[in-house]
Design a protein around this ligand. Sequence first.
Ligand code: AMP
Ligand code: GLY
Length: 456
Amino acid sequence: MATLNRKLRVLLIGKGGREHALAWKLRQSPRVEHVFVVPGNAGTARDLMNVSSINHPATDNYDLLVKTAQDLRIGLVVVGPDSAIVGGIAEYFWQAQIPCFAPSKAAAEIEGSKSFAKDFMLRHGIPTAEYKTFTDFHAARAYVESIEHRFVIKADGLAAGKGVIIPSTKGEAIRALTDIMVNQHFGTAGSTVVIEEFLEGQEVSVSTLSDGTTTVTLPVGQDHKRIHVGDKGPNTGGMGVYAPVPAATPELLQRIKTEILRPTFEGLRREDREFVGLLFTGIMLTPTGPKVLEYNARFGDPETQSLMPLLGPEVDLAEVMLACIERRLHEVEITVRTGYACNVVVAAEGYPGQYRTGDVVQFSSVPTGWWSRLQPNYQQLKMTNTFGANCLIFHAGTKLVGDEVVTSGGRVFTVVGLGETLLEAAAKAYEGVRSINFPGMYYRKDIAHRALKATE
Ligand code: AMP
Ligand code: GLY
């Protein structure tokens, strides 16, 4: 077990912007000697001191990952992606007595099965959209034909963020049901579907650290799920997040804690699914109060890229995660900076559909190797508690080819701006975006539009 006076080696699993941001915060922990990211990206391979990406033959082979952790004498494993968490990766490390920051397979079912999550909310009186669950296509179709209100169709299992359909017509709904239930577009993830009422309102992302009993909720974020300006076009994994969200007032946050978070963690504990890790709750702020859209048993992406820089500079993330695992979260203090973080996702042409890869990225005013220069600057900022004219660039779908950064995924970078005001944070993020260039790069130009409009 790691102790304060021993240097800690961390194994971080994943390759997105979320993992680059976690690596950035983890490496600032005074006790962390090195963060190994499997498989990581060009950012974790090169940008950060004491961080490296390691090639691994099979990141879905959990036995092999345990062996890698043992060989590297890892003292803390952190898991990013939902598939590994829902697949039960945590138990593999626990069995090998390696501390792992991820909920158990039983707790992660809250993300892994939408019908389980909906029934759980019903059992514990947690506000959510009215719903029905179907395993038979004909029954689902008959139900859709019989209702008059707007509704949403959800494949039960993990579907890489594509399993939620918001149909505009009944024809579209029946085509979607056919694709999911008959043609099995998402495999077995679609053998059960949830059909629920469409909720109106602003959507917020609530991230809560938990050791099973003690919980700490981080600043509330707002993502922009659709690909195009004005929230048009298909859903994506998320195109930009700002935090904190002014619409989530202290009173509303208190309601979210009392009506949603407390019964969720208590309910999981009572059902022998104690949740240790980070719970992401997607919530719609409806005219009749906050209602749960979904739970995720993991850090949000790109929520994490805004949350990590907002954590107080003295927050030791490795210690916080170990405290969760060791059921002593009440012992650590988690502070948050004043001001705002706003991030903008830079995507490849074609995303969220088939997207281009293999393009070389040029950085203009932010030259390669700039991290080492930004880091002391950032330390300076921490002392004065004011924000300089800088931004953070977290890599996602990138890889190193020789000395060049080459695109290799749909979401390629997340650029984060920090500011005393939201406008300043957004302006810095967009300033940072302009320093990146590759053929077909795409980003939304209206991140934080709701909050900025409200302050005009
Ligand atoms: P989910 O994966 O369940 O969060 O769904 C993906 C996205 O679909 C959410 O982030 C919302 O933007 C939207 N969504 C899901 N359920 C509903 C609902 N009941 N009403 C309105 N929008 C929804
Ligand atoms: N950005 C939303 C998510 O991580 O699911």
